[in-house]
Design a protein around this ligand. Structure first.
Ligand SMILES: Cc1ncc(COP(=O)(O)O)c(C=O)c1O
Length: 405
């Protein structure tokens, strides 16, 4: 770990790494030349283009290596995870030729839909980026099925198998959930999709860099990677596209990214993303999963000790990101607890819903009742979390939940 912690701005304990991660100082160092000396356009044939083009090439190799891609040209850089999700979903549907006219939405795979000829399957606890891409696909003429999840937030592969139709083109199911950390049984889901003749996309924004992610082991044809969840800056992400998978660009332009995403590359951001991928690979090798799991389980144990009988885990106990703890504290509202615990920087759900006085749609889809969902806290740890931080988090939250300060 870099000794230069970027967490100097506030004395609060940062427990919102799923919302976004700090930029690792080594990542910032790797970006700097491309904000200063090496400002050239990587597409330029002259000398100023050479170093930027080499940096983009290296970063592509580094991101490819982290996710186990067999060739670096399977990585398409985008401007955000949201864009990568839209490119995967709408790009595949466009490439295979979505039917014209409005499609329809059904849930649970039971409704037969209008049979427009193009069918997409997603699931209920996806990030809004995927759900919005699915909505856009409906407007473009596709039929969409939104699969339900069980009480643990996981999709049953048998339910997916039931929902597949001969015209299903793509199944998109996230690897790890941003709120609960629930890790879907991606291999079985991808196998089911492939058995039905469909392609498989997974939004791995929250899992890449936190656990080992290998596109072949997962069986993914397309996979979203997001820089600002893995210590790179915001505004840089990637879509892994297996060689031969059909994909049409959403932003055609100057032919960048193999013609799949026009726009002059964000060279500094991409260089940082590559370095971040390299560092995550190193940390995973050095045992970051075990370190994170120990901190998370210590936090859960301390909360249970300080608030006996009042702490309920949301999401699966085992199949979960090692650094994500989503708990509801009985007889509290998450918003009030966080307001009372000023030394804690955490979230009640996804950052997109922060401040909203409504239960998280993810917890609602899992069947969590409203009072418990309103009591939820998402505590996510990362590279600079220490055992002292964990103790401070537990103490502050327990004090706020018992009305003491
Ligand atoms: C699971 C998941 N997918 C997609 C995104 C969107 O990424 P971005 O903020 O880069 O658009 C996020 C970010 O919160 C996420 O957690």
């Amino acid at each position: 770990m870099d000794p230069r912690s970027p967490l100097t701005h506030s004395s609060a304990v940062y427990a919102d790494y799923n919302g976004t991660t700090p930029v690792d100082p080594r990542v910032a160092d790797a970006m700097m030349p491309f904000l200063t000396t090496h400002f050239g356009n990587p597409s330029s044939a002259h000398d100023f283009g050479a170093a930027p083009a080499a940096a983009v090439r290296t970063a592509r190799e580094q991101v490819a290596a982290l996710v186990g891609a067999s060739a670096s040209d399977e990585i398409v850089f985008t401007g955000s995870g949201t864009e990568a999700d839209h490119l995967a979903i709408r790009g595949v549907l466009r490439a295979v030729g979505a039917a014209s006219g409005a499609g329809s939405v059904s849930d649970g795979g039971t409704a037969s839909g209008a049979d427009s000829g193009t069918h997409l399957i997603v699931q209920a606890t996806e990030h809004p980026a995927v759900l919005a891409a699915a909505e856009a696909a409906v407007a473009d003429g596709a039929d969409v099925t939104i699969l339900p999840v069980g009480p643990d937030g996981l999709v049953d592969p048998a339910v997916l198998a039931e929902a597949l139709r001969p015209e299903t083109v793509l199944v998109s199911i996230m690897h790890a959930n941003n709120e609960t950390g629930a890790i879907q049984p991606i291999r079985q889901l991808a196998d089911a999709a492939h058995a039905g003749g469909a392609l498989f996309h997974t939004d791995a924004a929250q899992s890449v860099g936190k656990v080992s992610v290998d596109v072949d082991e997962l069986g993914a044809d397309l996979l979203t990677v997001v820089g600002h969840k893995m210590y790179a800056p915001k505004g840089v992400a990637a879509l892994y596209v297996r060689s031969g998978a059909p994909l049409a660009p959403l932003l055609p332009g100057g032919g960048q990214e193999g013609g799949l995403r026009g726009g002059t590359e964000n060279v500094a951001g991409i260089a940082g993303f590559g370095e971040a991928a390299r560092l995550c690979g190193e940390e995973l090798e050095a045992g970051s999963v075990e370190r994170m799991r120990a901190l998370r389980d210590r936090l859960a144990a301390r909360l249970e000790e300080l608030l006996p009988g009042r702490v309920r885990l949301n999401g699966p106990r085992e199949q979960r990101l090692p650094q994500t703890l989503n708990v509801s504290i009985d007889d509290t509202r998450g918003m009030d607890v966080l307001a009372g615990a000023s030394s804690v920087a955490a979230s009640t759900g996804s950052a997109c819903h922060a401040g909203a006085d409504a239960p998280s749609p993810v917890l609602s889809a899992m069947g969590v009742e409203v009072p418990r969902a309103m009591g939820a806290l998402r505590l996510s740890q990362g590279r600079w979390t220490t055992p002292d931080d964990v103790e401070r988090l537990a103490q502050s939250i327990a004090e706020a939940a018992t009305g003491r300060d």
